[in-house]
Design a protein around this ligand. Sequence first.
Ligand SMILES: NC(=O)c1ccc[n+]([C@@H]2O[C@H](COP(=O)([O-])OP(=O)(O)OC[C@H]3O[C@@H](n4cnc5c(N)ncnc54)[C@H](OP(=O)(O)O)[C@@H]3O)[C@@H](O)[C@H]2O)c1
Length: 172
Amino acid sequence: MKHKIYHIVATDEKNGIGKNGKLPWHLPGDLKFFQRTTTETQNLDKMNMVIMGRTTWESIPEKHRPLRGRVNVVLSRNPDYKAQGAVVFGSLEDAITSADENIETIYIIGGASIYKNSIDNANLTGLYITKIHKTFDCDAFYPNIPSYFSTITQLGNGEDENISYEFLLFER
Ligand SMILES: NC(=O)c1ccc[n+]([C@@H]2O[C@H](COP(=O)([O-])OP(=O)(O)OC[C@H]3O[C@@H](n4cnc5c(N)ncnc54)[C@H](OP(=O)(O)O)[C@@H]3O)[C@@H](O)[C@H]2O)c1
């Protein structure tokens, strides 16, 4: 089965995405965009899959995980790792292969190591990037975007507490 596979990420002006295992900002409008984009399906009988690294999984408050309405997949190299409500895989390839006809779209939702490992993947369809127009103190970064993701669509924009941002979709 060949699914569309997207990154979805919010980056600051210097490609910063995280600090101390957490998001450096609180942008409710972006969280809503994330929730809507990763949950909605054209076919109401299907669900989307969200794939994340173990650190990103652990950064989600327990009451909010698994992310509801989506098949949650966590990547860990520890074969004994358990994530309640999620499926654990030891590699991105195994996670992607596990998606059957009940899955509509696959969203890779971070963090830094997973984005870096998959940005060059030939099967990556596109990148949903929320560009935040501000610089934060970050220790985790999004990789450089390959130049073949050259079609850029502005899907909308938003502002929370004087921090403005825009929703961009990069495609090949
Ligand atoms: N701004 C955004 O949109 C956004 C989105 C998501 C995350 N973030 C931020 O990103 C930061 C986390 O990034 P991170 O790089 O530290 O952690 P991460 O990518 O979330 O998770 C890293 C862990 O995933 C597992 N892993 C990584 N690559 C793997 C592979 N190829 N196969 C199997 N398992 C693999 C390993 O788990 P084990 O150690 O268990 O083996 C590794 O320690 C946080 O600050 C978070 O808030 C930001």
